[in-house]
Design a protein around this ligand. Structure first.
Ligand SMILES: *Cc1c(COP(=O)(O)O)cnc(C)c1O
Length: 349
């Protein structure tokens, strides 16, 4: 069949997101959404914005949001680029940095969207496998990449590596190091301080997980001003819409709302981890809002299907090295009980 697209695009496999069932009635623990609603202030802000200026384009540089975020995160507003989710920022980073044939490094398994984005630009992925404990593999910097991704805490492991390990990588790497901190609010420490220490470090944040706003699509790239300016050069003028901008501003204004939900999720994470271990799963200590539950050497595809038949959705990955694992989002206590009840009905492999 004729194809009208570039060979690299025709050959690539698209990123496969977790299922988003359109009907209700699922206990949905497959895409790391927050089980708690966003701050009521977010809803008020969206309502007010709906009533006002939708005929006008949004602020192309998201000035109000950048200034709020600068105050919250202790950086300059010029150090921040606002994206349509951090996925858009990942895409902009790859498009701006990776020429055809350029090397992009990251330890695996990790967020597989990186593969897709590099494939589109015809870059060359150089992977280094994580060891069993998911500590940062040595030698990432020696891979001599233009761009290195570290997802920290990592998905799907939930494991966080230390700031010192990331600092050593940033010091040794010649190219840009992107620390994808989608889950950092559930962890103990952030790499944000490194963006002042190094000219090649960018930290990505999202409102999708800890702030309960996956539906509005806002992310932040925080980095040294020259690099942030360079990346911003290729963005669409109006990449983030008015409603999303005001929603993210209001979420930052009610930062404590996020912290309270995060603490609840961390408590439930402890309960879930212990209950899965009691049932014979190997579970690494998680610094995120999900856990990776393994039955070493035993494919968990059937467990995934049996759970789905009981209206409980978790994530089972096609990646062979993850076949014996399920990634399970930390929901409410009630959702976790429903998962455990369903698991207890299944004869586990
Ligand atoms: C959820 C997630 C993102 C995407 O965040 P959005 O802001 O919703 O686009 C990026 N990186 C990782 C590792 C994630 O898990």
């Amino acid at each position: 069949m004729t194809t009208f697209v570039r060979p690299a695009v025709a050959a690539m496999s698209p990123y496969v997101p977790g299922e988003q069932p359109q009907g209700a009635g699922y206990v949905k623990l497959n895409t790391n959404e927050n089980p708690y609603p966003p701050s009521p202030r977010v809803l008020d802000a969206i309502h007010a914005a709906v009533g006002s200026d939708l005929r006008l384009y949004p602020d192309p540089v998201a000035g109000a949001l950048r200034h709020r975020a600068a105050a919250v995160y202790g950086v300059d507003a010029d150090a921040i680029l606002v994206g349509n989710g951090s996925d858009e920022l990942l895409s902009l980073l790859v498009r701006a940095i990776v020429a055809k044939g350029a090397r992009v490094a990251y330890p695996v398994p990790t967020y597989s969207l990186y593969d897709t984005l590099v494939g589109i630009e015809e870059g060359v992925v150089v992977n280094e496998p994580y060891p069993a404990d998911f500590s940062l593999p040595m030698g990432l910097a020696a891979l001599d990449a233009r761009l290195t991704f570290i997802c920290n805490p990592n998905s799907p492991s939930g494991v966080a590596v230390s700031l010192d390990e990331i600092r050593s990588l940033a010091a040794a790497a010649k190219g840009v190091v992107v620390v994808d901190e989608a889950y950092v609010d559930f962890a103990a420490s952030s790499a944000l301080s490194l963006v002042r220490e190094f000219e090649n470090v960018v930290v990505l944040r999202t409102f999708s997980k800890s702030f309960s706003l996956a539906g509005i699509r806002v992310g932040l790239a925080i980095g040294p001003k020259p690099l942030i300016e360079d990346i911003g050069r290729i963005k669409d003028s109006y990449n983030v819409d008015r409603l999303s901008l005001v929603a993210a501003e209001a979420a930052l204004d009610d930062y404590d709302w996020m912290r309270v939900n995060v603490e609840k999720i961390k408590r439930t994470r402890g309960v879930l981890t212990a209950a899965l271990r009691e049932r014979g799963f190997a579970v690494l200590d998680s610094s995120a809002n999900f856990v990776l539950a393994r039955r070493p050497g035993l494919d968990q595809g059937e467990t995934y299907r049996q759970l789905k038949a009981r209206r409980v959705l978790v994530r089972h990955f096609a990646t062979p090295s993850l076949a014996d694992a399920l990634r399970i989002t930390v929901g409410t206590d009630e959702e976790v009980l429903a998962l455990l009840d369903a698991l207890d009905e299944i004869e586990l492999k």
